[in-house]
Write a protein that binds this ligand. Structure first.
Ligand code: AMP
Length: 222
């Protein structure tokens, strides 16, 4: 199963990708997580990537495509994947299609999770991330047991620079300008399903599973 999850920041792509990954036994590949791992290395490249991310802008395609290509080479991605946050524009989608075609593969489905802008802002500005393991919480909707401390690893929780309200509004603008055109792109290819992102995560998951034609009922390693 090869699935792309699209949606504005805060639509719950990460949460849904994690759930589907556990259900289907295939990895979640999140370009934002790959980029944040490079930023943590504190290299010249990492600092350059951070300068885009902190402003809510897209990191240049060349940089992102290289990280994704490296990730695809890992063995666990050979049986399928859930892409979360990639592609983010039409040229990344074209590069993805070309790479898959070279490998004799294709996408099975693209699911766009939709959410009104004000809900995006409400969700993201309460989001907290673990400095150590990147687990995510929400101060209202999904608080950690002990404030500021990760339930999973005891790491410190913080607000990502790009989760501040002003940057979130910029990210929504970037999403509308760069990523929304992908909905038409995938619609024309007959791959797109749109799913309402409002409601509890388990409700959204059910909608996604039915959009992917009940494929979650079986193992998706094909
Ligand atoms: P995310 O964790 O998916 O919300 O991504 C956080 C930030 O990483 C984005 O605001 C971008 O700056 C950068 N980013 C993530 N994925 C991509 C991508 N596919 N192309 C360009 N920049 C990206």
């Amino acid at each position: 199963m090869r699935v792309v999850l699209l949606g504005p920041p805060g639509a719950g792509k990460g949460t849904q990708a994690q759930a589907l990954s556990a259900l289907w036994g295939i990895p979640q590949i999140a370009s934002g997580d790959l980029l944040r791992a490079v930023v943590r290395e504190d290299s010249e490249l990492g600092r350059e990537a951070a300068s885009y991310m902190d402003r809510g802008q897209l990191v240049p395609d060349e940089f992102v495509l290289k990280l994704i290509a490296e990730r695809f080479r890992k063995k666990d991605a050979h049986c399928g994947f859930i892409l979360d946050g990639f592609p983010r524009n039409v040229s990344q989608a074209e590069a993805l299609a070309a790479g898959l075609e070279r490998a004799g593969l294709k996408l099975d489905k693209v699911v766009a999770v939709t959410l009104p802008d004000e809900e995006v802002v409400k969700r993201i500005s309460g989001r907290r991330t673990c400095k150590n393991c990147a687990a995510m919480y929400h101060v209202v909707f999904e608080p950690s047991a002990k404030p500021g401390v990760c339930d999973k690893c005891g790491g410190e929780l913080y607000q990502r620079e790009d989760d501040a309200e002003e940057t979130v509004r910029e990210r929504i603008k970037v999403y509308d300008a760069m990523t929304l055109p992908l909905l038409d792109y995938y619609e024309r290819l007959g791959l797109l399903a749109q799913v309402d992102g409002m409601g509890r995560p388990d409700e959204v998951e059910k909608r996604i599973l039915s959009a992917v034609n009940g494929a979650g009922a079986q193992s998706a390693q094909s």
